[in-house]
Design a protein around this ligand. Structure first.
Ligand code: OOG
Ligand code: MG
Length: 261
């Protein structure tokens, strides 16, 4: 495996995002590269966003359910970075203008109230959450046809992050049995995909534990006050103008937006 020109590849993805133009998967022209290099390309892209004045507000886990692994043909959990400008208000409209090929998926989110590092148990992770809620993630891969074939490609592309909506949440949620909750994505109030929390790694809290573990492998800790998307429990759906999209989490509530041209 050779080391590709990291800064050039990061710039390619950044330009794709800013000019709303899809590009070939990086591995197609540069050969396979390691996940370590992929996370370096991701970090450079995030640094560009910070240089542009954005702020990190949290992280997203990806590929934590079988539905998503099967949809994308990849089997390892990964993470991406969320910034303030990616957040769309709950119940707002979402325009398809200047998007490549956006898709939405239903997610559970956590907000942490203290720093987490190293190896944490599910109980420790649960008690470190000030709230847990329903989110919709809006992905927009920078790769042609939303196909990237390899894990390094999607990691380099910040795990296809584009936007996210935080909906209803519950404070001090330790009494919730996350794996037994039902999570659903609806289009115009009709269920498209439904799953239980258990679809996410057997228990969604394990996704938070996994993020902290992945961070430890990169010598990082998860700051207090982070938003963490646990990864979609179901497949993602393509967005079409005029549709109302909502995510529902039993015992918690909904997140929603309306798609416009
Ligand atoms: C990769 C990101 C996966 C999830 O929730 O599993 C993800 C993608 O689907 O393009 O966000
Ligand atoms: Mg997701």
């Amino acid at each position: 495996m050779s080391t590709p020109p990291i800064a050039d590849l990061s710039r390619t993805l950044d330009q794709a995002r800013k000019t709303v133009t899809e590009v070939e998967p990086l591995t197609k022209n540069h050969g396979d590269f390691s996940l370590d290099v992929a996370y370096q390309i991701q970090a450079m892209g995030v640094q560009t966003r910070l240089n542009d004045g954005e702020k990190i507000v949290g992280y997203k886990m990806g590929l934590t359910s079988k539905a998503k692994m099967d949809q994308m043909g990849l089997k390892t959990p990964i993470y991406g970075v969320l910034t303030d400008t990616m957040q769309v208000s709950d119940a707002a409209t979402f325009s398809l203008t200047r998007k490549i090929h956006p898709k939405a998926e239903p997610e559970i989110y956590f907000r942490t109230s203290r720093e987490l590092s190293g190896s944490v148990t599910p109980e420790e992770a649960m008690t470190a959450c000030s709230d847990i809620g329903i989110a919709l993630e809006i992905l927009d891969s920078r790769y042609t046809g939303f196909k990237y074939f390899t894990l390094p490609d999607v990691v380099a592309d910040n795990a296809s992050s584009a936007y996210f909506v935080l909906g209803r949440s519950i404070k001090t949620p330790t009494a919730l049995s996350l794996k037994d909750l039902t999570i659903e994505i609806r289009e115009d109030d009709k269920a498209v995909f439904t799953a239980t929390g258990a679809a996410i790694m057997g228990d969604p809290i394990l996704s938070l534990c996994e993020l902290v573990k992945l961070f430890a492998e990169h010598g990082k800790t998860l700051p207090a006050g982070s938003i963490v998307l646990a990864g979609a429990a179901t497949q993602a759906i393509e967005l079409k103008s005029g549709k109302k999209i909502s995510g529902h989490l039993s015992e918690v509530g909904e997140a929603r937006f309306t798609v416009t041209d």
